[in-house]
Ligand binder design. Sequence first.
Ligand SMILES: Nc1ncnc2c1ncn2[C@@H]1O[C@H](COP(=O)(O)OP(=O)(O)OP(=O)(O)O)[C@@H](O)[C@H]1O
Length: 260
Amino acid sequence: MEEGKLIENGGMPKFDITDLNLHYGTFHALKGINMKIRKNEITAFIGPSGCGKSTFLKTLNRMNDLVDNVKIEGGVKLDGKDIFKEMDAITLRHRVGMVFQQPNPFPKSVYDNVAYGPRIFGIHRKAELDEIVERSLRQAAIWDELKDRLNKSALGLSGGQQQRLCMARTLAVEPEVILMDEPTSALDPISTSKIEDLAMELKEKYTIVIVTHNMQQAARISDRTAFFLLGEMVEFNETGKVFSMPKDKRTEDYISGRFG
Ligand SMILES: Nc1ncnc2c1ncn2[C@@H]1O[C@H](COP(=O)(O)OP(=O)(O)OP(=O)(O)O)[C@@H](O)[C@H]1O
């Protein structure tokens, strides 16, 4: 593995992003982003609507490749390897999973939703799939609720259950990074708190990057927070510092609600 630049307190960052620029046609959506995302931490992206948070998140597993007229320049390394030049998109998306804003289970049974990814990657033995399904549902803290409904349609679950099922589906292929794009914005407070608890448990094993509009959520669960504005990353620091003593006036205005 190629040696990447170490971060201040040692270790290699999970993602090393250097001078990343993204254009949608003539629109400059990400402007010169530099950032190192650490392993086993939760990194939160905050900022007003349209500032580029989702665009940046999707760049990390090359979901933007599918958009017409997109131009991406700069470097994104995962464990020291360039995700555009040294990795194919399938391998990347296996290693970097994603959970979306709206729970999006397939119109299949609970079991088949979770087994979907492993089957694509060639696992067909029933005993092995059973084990993966149970492990993933347990990790997503939903096994007890669903163990007697494995053959029922996932579409019959509540929104909060569907979102934890989608987490289980992501976990089933054992990714290293989980990208979460406003995963709780469609959920009630109890389901939200379950997803937050889950994210905090999962960071022991995974690296988590979450886009959230909810600043309390970023403050509650993330280790580091990045504030975006108009395609720029204005500030990136330990979450406590960003919220208690932001360095940039624009961050301060945003977190104190004076932005406008
Ligand atoms: N496929 C696309 N084609 C053209 N422009 C796009 C596309 N996707 C996003 N944009 C534009 O890029 C900018 C950043 O969008 P993005 O969705 O990344 O913002 P965001 O910070 O995640 O917003 P929100 O918080 O509302 O989800 C916006 O101005 C948006 O209109």
